[in-house]
Design a protein around this ligand. Structure first.
Ligand code: G3I
Length: 326
């Protein structure tokens, strides 16, 4: 982050699964976090199932604790997320809602959550991962019950909730994967943004998750042209969940480590070359010990900048070089 800051406003951050986890009290991990990152994204603490476990019963304890750690480290926070298909509370998924009733649930969740955390959030991922790879809306309780209006309403409510507390500068993002390179899904995001603009509803940025596989990452030209397309649509761009995993072992030979370093270099360079509206780069965990990857993709891993004993990998130095513009 300190190298990035030399370029102006660009910041570098990481996801962290705090509080209530091993990370929370791991002094060596926290030291590396504090030294290297100027942004933190809560991997879980602000998600629906934790913030509103029962209807209209809110619990912001984990989110507040997360913010306290980030504030102690002078890290901004991308608050994550308000409306998603996953990690919902049972009351949302197990009720047979009418569109009107579920819209009120969504509105209440957005208002209470956004207003509680207020300006302590740099931005909110308002809607998260709403699309299939062909660009259509994916099935979720939100889409299946309310239809595509849920998407536009979510941004409208977030905008209204922030306006009510005078927090107009908290930015509103759409966050997704598979939209880092040109294609149907990236085009669909641009369509949603233009519909929001048409309805005069605010959206400030797009989060490109960038969960990639070593040796299979999109080219620099593709990552750059896609970022430029979002910027042309008057959006900020953030790489929000960067990690580049190995699909097969071994993870730690010199050859494969160099390929991973080259792939990280490409993503970071695409942000630098996109110009000042690529405002941030966030890795989704910075060390292999706490990575979400092995738990989700059996046999895969090694995705992060540090290995599981917190040694910096070639990828770490490649990111530093890319940030220096070398
Ligand atoms: O809280 C329970 C705990 O009580 C229980 O003992 C433990 C046993 O498995 O599970 C805990 O919940 C886990 C939770 O993380 C908190 O640690 C869930 O099982 C686990 O599924 C959940 O995983 C999170 C995942 O989102 C859920 O979809 C990951 O930590 C988090 O990194 C990941 O993040 C997502 C982004 O939000 C959106 N983009 C993709 C990204 C990676 O999947």
């Amino acid at each position: 982050n300190s190298i990035a800051q030399r370029h102006g406003k660009l910041w570098v951050g990481t996801a962290a699964d705090i509080p209530g986890t091993a990370e929370t009290t791991d002094a060596a991990y926290l030291k590396v976090l504090q030294k290297n990152f100027g942004e933190m994204t809560p991997a879980n603490a602000m998600k629906f199932m934790y913030t509103e476990p029962e209807q209209n019963v809110f619990n912001f304890t984990d989110g507040d604790e997360f913010l306290e750690v980030a504030e102690k480290y002078n890290a901004r926070v991308r608050c994550h997320n308000l409306v998603w298909v996953s990690q919902l509370s049972d009351f949302v998924t197990s009720t047979n809602w009418t569109a009107e009733a579920l819209t009120l649930v969504m509105k209440n969740h957005i208002f209470k959550t956004v207003q509680h955390f207020g300006r302590r959030c740099y931005s909110w991922d308002v809607v998260n991962e709403a699309l299939n790879s062909d660009g259509s809306f994916s099935s979720s309780v939100w889409y299946d019950t309310i239809g595509e209006d849920y998407f536009y309403l979510a941004y409208k409510y977030a905008q209204e909730a922030l306006a009510e507390i005078g927090a107009h500068d908290v930015k509103l993002y759409y966050n997704d994967y598979g939209i880092e390179n040109p294609g149907t899904k990236a085009t669909a995001v641009l369509g949603l943004v233009s519909e929001l603009h048409k309805r005069e509803i605010r959206i400030d940025g797009v989060g490109l998750e960038s969960h990639f596989i070593v040796g299979e990452t999109p080219s620099l030209a593709d990552q750059l042209s896609t970022k430029k397309a979002y910027i042309k649509a008057n959006l900020d761009v953030v790489i929000t969940e960067l990690d580049i995993r190995f699909a097969e072992t071994p993870y730690y030979t010199a050859t494969v480590q160099q390929q991973q370093a080259a792939d990280y270099y490409t993503s970071v360079t695409s942000c630098i070359q996109a110009g000042p509206r690529c405002v941030g780069i966030v890795v989704w965990d910075f060390d292999d010990a706490y990575s979400w990857v092995p738990g989700t993709f059996a046999g895969q891993g090694g995705a992060d900048l540090f290995n599981s004993t917190l040694q910096a990998k070639p990828a770490y130095y490649a990111v530093a070089e890319a940030l220096e513009g070398k």
